[in-house]
Design a binder for this molecule. Sequence first.
Ligand code: NAD
Length: 249
Amino acid sequence: MKTGKLSAKIAVITGGSSGIGLATAKRFVEEGAYVFITGRRQAELDKAVAEIGRNVTGVQGDVSNLDDLDRLYKEVETKKGKLDVLFANAGIAEPVPTPDVTPEHYDRTFDINTRGVFFAVHKALPLMKDGGSIIVNGSGAWQKGIPMYAAYAATKAALRSFVRTWTAEFAGKGIRANVISPGPVETPILEGQFGENTDAVKERFKAMVPMGRIGKPEEIASAAVFLASEESSYITGIDLPVDGGLVAV
Ligand code: NAD
């Protein structure tokens, strides 16, 4: 039997009930991993667990709630006793022109996208005993100036900075840390932001991408498999754009 690239690995994927997180959970399981996925809505989570079908546990929780993160890792510890891969993927995007940004929008965006990732990593460390791979889901937006994404892009810039520090701090423990920076990808986050204007916005995004198309969640999942697996054993501290060339030009 062919051995998967993530054979016997234990993985956590935050925001695993839809989009990139769900596609990655499916690939991780296909590659031999056991996966814990999180999400805020129990019904969505149950649906995703049923879709993945095997070697998966759903743990309801909000990444901006520290008690929920503690409960998540307690469950991983009780069930598997260790963690090999963390894909800190959960995030929100709410396009708002800077003059209209409210303190609530600002805090919500940083609480989920930045604080949520920081403490998902912080609290995972005690379970990463024999090395591990930390992957955070950023965005190409951090190095562009895309109108209406001031808070969002800055949350993702912070992730790029976290990973530099973690690379230096965790290398001695055999833990690698990398960012994936997707370009526009066909997931519910796009529709959630633009509603009936989604098609027009997609056309605008396509025009920004040298490859001329929106990405598929599975294409981000492939990059996550690479960074999670031994295929990337000498890679740490990078920002891997998966964006059809968007940030390269
Ligand atoms: P999505 O909306 O399908 O997925 C986001 C997931 O995060 C959902 O499962 C959602 O329930 C979960 N989530 C949101 N807030 C949460 C919270 N507080 N606690 C726990 N879970 C929470 O969209 P997606 O495109 O798959 O987004 C995944 C990641 O990819 C995000 O971090 C996003 O910023 C990033 N990203 C997406 C795109 C894109 O175009 N789709 C581009 C660049 C980066």
